[in-house]
Design a protein around this ligand. Structure first.
Ligand code: MG
Length: 245
């Protein structure tokens, strides 16, 4: 069942999203060669506590950290550890926060220092595909319209969209219906005002297939190619979607 949020709930999610965006900005400024991924986890936990939100991922189905950090060929769900980030890495940060029982969810990918032209292009195409998907997220359109826009944007530029993981409804739970695939699967549910959705293309430089790391969390590209990830939480309105974070 798709949960339609009341205006009051969207107000809370907007507030939660503003806080999460500020935390993401703080993380962005701390990202540099030489920092460990576990340090980013500490910053996420500290900044969340300071700003009165709860990190959504901590203990979610047993996830051991407050955010996901996925480096290079890691697609999503990377677990922070003692790994030191290096010049040339591309790093995806995926963060979620809960305020008054409502979640928002967002992700960015950044290059550290000088990165390859291919990596640069992958990041910009992934971010562009998210924008093109959100542009289609209007009341009366279908989930498939979002998927189609993202898939076309990515594949026409020579990259591939991950298929085993998708975007999702978000709000009272971190993951709600509907699923928001980044590829066309057939006409999905129609969008209507009050739906809150996490739209999140995961894009590989090579083939779309993924594999699971031995830690049973971290998702990697099957062919070892680079992967990027961007995510916004949006609210469907009577006009264009509102980006909450
Ligand atoms: Mg998500």
């Amino acid at each position: 069942m798709i949960i339609i949020k009341s205006d009051e709930e969207v107000v809370i999610m907007r507030k939660c999203g503003k806080i999460l965006a500020a935390i993401l900005d703080k993380l962005r400024t701390e990202m540099r060669p030489g920092i460990s991924t576990s340090r980013l986890d500490v910053i996420m936990a500290d900044e969340s506590a300071k700003r009165g939100v709860v990190p959504s991922f901590k203990d979610y189905h047993g996830f051991p950290a407050s955010l996901c950090v996925s480096v290079n060929d890691e697609v999503v769900h990377g677990i922070p550890d003692q790994r030191i980030l290096e010049e040339g890495d591309i790093v995806s940060l995926d963060v979620g926060a809960r305020l008054n029982g409502l979640h928002t969810d967002a992700a960015i990918t950044m290059g550290l220092g000088r990165i390859s032209n291919k990596a640069e292009e992958l990041i910009s195409v992934t971010e562009g595909s998210l924008k093109s998907g959100i542009a289609r997220a209007i009341s009366g359109a279908s989930v498939d319209d979002i998927a189609s826009a993202i898939q076309h944007f990515v594949e026409s530029r020579g990259f591939s969209v991950v298929r085993e993981y998708t975007g999702h409804g978000v709000g009272r739970d971190l993951h709600e219906e509907p699923q928001i695939p980044n590829f066309v699967v057939g006409k999905g549910p129609l969008l209507r005002r009050g739906m809150t959705l996490a739209i999140e293309p995961m894009v590989n430089a090579g083939d779309w297939h993924t594999k699971l790391a031995p830690n049973h969390w971290t998702v990697l590209t099957a062919d070892g190619s680079l992967s990027a990830h961007f995510e916004h939480t949006v609210a469907i309105t009577d006009n264009e979607a509102e980006i909450l974070v």
